[in-house]
Ligand binder design. Structure first.
Ligand SMILES: Nc1ncnc2c1ncn2[C@@H]1O[C@H](COP(=O)(O)OP(=O)(O)O)[C@@H](O)[C@H]1O
Ligand SMILES: [Mg+2]
Length: 589
């Protein structure tokens, strides 16, 4: 509830004030007209009943009713327009704000919140808020206003009948209250189940390839069935709990109408003169007001449900908005200097935070080494030894838990984050390819690149080999996720994207896994020829790193087992020798 109010306060911008005031004014106009019509109708009834036969009064009032009805249509349309406009605009702002925030989140932030939850927040939770915003300008104020207004009007029309309405309101109010409080919890649960359903969908659709490859459709379907069934069951429970609502409302309102009619006929026998003449009109007005009152009570109960659902969404939205970004700029970050690309790890340890966000055990520990500018360094170790973890610390995808990573002698945490990342290119094993063209994917590394730049980067990464053969050259279509490219083509394309930025540090994390050995050799020769960057190559195979100036060897507990050239490591590193033997057998070439 608190988040909801906070969210309302921050989402509502000054520029929307005029729209909001107009929406509310038209809403008030609407309510006023709805309240006035039964009163006017009553006048007509009374006039007809009086036997005065003043038809001109009847006609005039009839025309008045038509005029007012047209007015009501206009106020309703305008109120709808402004409410829709406001709720859509405010939600769009909120979505953009969330999107920007998500872009700023660090990897460890996302580890904690999970990407599925983030998608649900942006896609679904903002929708709940939009619903409630729409209601805010249309229903939340309208119904209490109508309720109070109709009560007052009913009392003015006839005080003797008022008690009946009061009793009806009391009965309805209490029963709706009980139904809603019981149902509100289930609606919150409904939303949870709905989220599970969405998260499962996101996972299955984005993992469609893997599911097909492993033939795990059945298992996937079973998992989907579970979340789908859970969702369905909650919907059924929710409907059961709400099932009494309509019958109670209909019964109470019919009973109340009956009571009004009975009491009115008694009153007719008691009343004399004008009061007696006015009775037919009074009954008609009373029934109208009664219906308005019941309607507004019903709508208020819907509002209550919307509020409880939106409160859950607001909690999650605020959680994202309030997340402290753990990788941010220092107070006075260093920027704009000519980066040489000397790298030093000084007694570095790092552990991923566990689920509760507290630091877990160290994945890599006590690593100290220096990498010279423009050298080529290999990183090797078994799967899970922490190779990726280690190199992610250089562009600050994560921050060290202990020790320091330095570039040109400056702690990376003191370098402007943007500047740091502009100077580092990082290619992963499965870099994301975006829908567009070959050229647009390469240009993503640097938006203002010329065609020559693109070609040069593609030549160095050997992406030009297939780009030239493609039907439209560099302008050939690439589908979302690069599904129309082979694994090796995707890797070469992402390498071109990395090279076009002319990075001072180039990190290739298993980026050759899908290209053949000969192509890999050629690309590496090109990289060395460029002599413009410090290169780090993470690999599984000895052949991928043996020609590097130095090789970092990690053991299974994330410690440095050796650091040196291929020849040196064969003598000094147990782990390196083991990997070598496992890949080449016993014979030392
Ligand atoms: N985001 C993460 N959160 C928690 N643990 C992680 C995360 N990424 C990797 N790990 C764990 O850290 C260890 C090292 O992983 P990684 O650096 O990817 O190894 P490598 O690249 O050598 O295969 C593994 O045990 C892995 O499970
Ligand atoms: Mg890895």
């Amino acid at each position: 509830m608190k988040s909801l109010l906070t969210l309302y306060k921050r989402a509502f911008k000054r520029k929307y004030l005029v729209h909001a005031i107009l929406a509310i004014l038209f809403m008030i106009g609407d309510v006023g007209i709805a309240l006035a019509i039964p009163m006017i109708t009553k006048g007509i009834f009374t006039e007809i009943n009086s036997g005065r036969n003043d038809l001109s009064y009847v006609y005039q009032t009839g025309l008045l009713v038509v005029g007012i009805a047209i007015g009501a249509v206009i106020t309703t349309i305008l109120n709808n327009f402004f409410s829709q406009y406001l709720s859509t605009k405010i939600t769009a702002d909120l979505r953009s704000e969330l999107f920007r925030k998500v872009q700023d989140l660090s990897f460890s932030n996302v580890d904690k919140i999970t990407s599925g939850a983030l998608m649900t927040v942006i896609a679904n939770d903002t929708g709940q808020i939009q619903q409630l915003l729409l209601m805010s300008f249309r229903a939340i104020l309208r119904n209490p206003l109508t309720l109070v207004g109709a009560l007052i009007m009913a009392y003015i029309t006839n005080a003797d009948l008022f008690l009946i309405i009061l009793i009806a309101v009391l009965i309805l109010g209490v029963s709706i209250f009980f139904i809603i409080t019981r149902a509100a919890r289930i609606f919150v649960k409904l939303q949870e189940k709905n989220d599970n359903l969405n998260e499962k969908l996101i996972e299955s659709i984005s993992g469609a390839r893997e599911i097909k490859v492993f033939g795990s459709e059945k298992a996937d379907r079973d998992q989907f069935k579970i979340v789908n069934d859970e969702y369905t069951n909650v919907v059924i429970t929710a409907n059961k709990r709400m099932a009494l609502m309509d019958p109670i409302i209909i019964l109470t309102s019919n009973l109340a109408i009956g009571a009004v009619l009975l009491t009115a006929s008694y009153l007719v026998s008691v009343y004399t003169g004008e009061a007696r003449v006015a009775m037919v009109g009074t009954i008609s007005a009373y029934i109208s007001y009664l219906q308005q009152i019941i309607m507004s009570l019903m709508m208020l109960s819907m509002v209550a449900i919307s509020i409880s659902r939106a409160a859950v969404s607001a909690d999650r939205i605020m959680l994202v908005l309030k997340t402290k970004i753990d990788i941010a700029n220092a107070k006075e970050p260093q920027t704009g200097f000519e980066m040489r690309g000397d790298i030093e790890f000084r007694n570095v340890s790092f552990g991923y935070a566990d689920e509760e966000g507290t630091a877990g055990s160290n994945t890599i520990e006590g690593i100290s080494l220096k990498i010279k500018s423009q050298s080529v360094t290999g990183v090797i170790g078994s799967t899970g030894s922490g190779k990726t973890t280690l190199i992610q610390l250089i562009p600050r995808l994560y921050d060290v838990t202990q020790g320091q990573v330095l570039i040109d002698g400056i702690d990376v945490r003191d370098i402007d984050l943007r500047f740091l990342r502009e100077n580092i290119s990082f290619v992963t094993q499965d870099s994301l390819i975006f829908s567009g063209t070959l050229a647009s994917n390469i240009r993503q590394g640097k938006e203002d690149s010329t065609e020559e730049d693109i070609e040069a980067a593609a030549v160095a990464s050997l992406a030009d080999e297939f780009a030239k053969k493609a039907e439209h050259g560099y302008e050939s279509e690439v589908t979302q996720g690069g599904t129309n490219l082979s694994g090796g083509q995707k890797q070469r394309l992402s390498l071109a994207r990395a090279l076009i930025r002319k990075p001072k540090i180039l990190i290739l994390d298993d980026a050759f896994s899908a290209v053949d050995a000969k192509t890999e050799e050629k690309i590496k020769e090109n990289l060395v020829k460029q002599k413009q960057q410090t290169t780090i190559i993470v690999a599984q195979k000895i052949t991928s790193v043996r020609n590097c100036d130095n090789i970092i060897v990690l053991n299974n507990s994330g410690h440095l087992d050796g650091y040196g050239s291929h020849e040196e490591l064969l003598k000094t590193s147990e782990v390196y020798r083991e990997i070598y033997v496992s890949q080449f057998g016993g014979n030392h070439e």
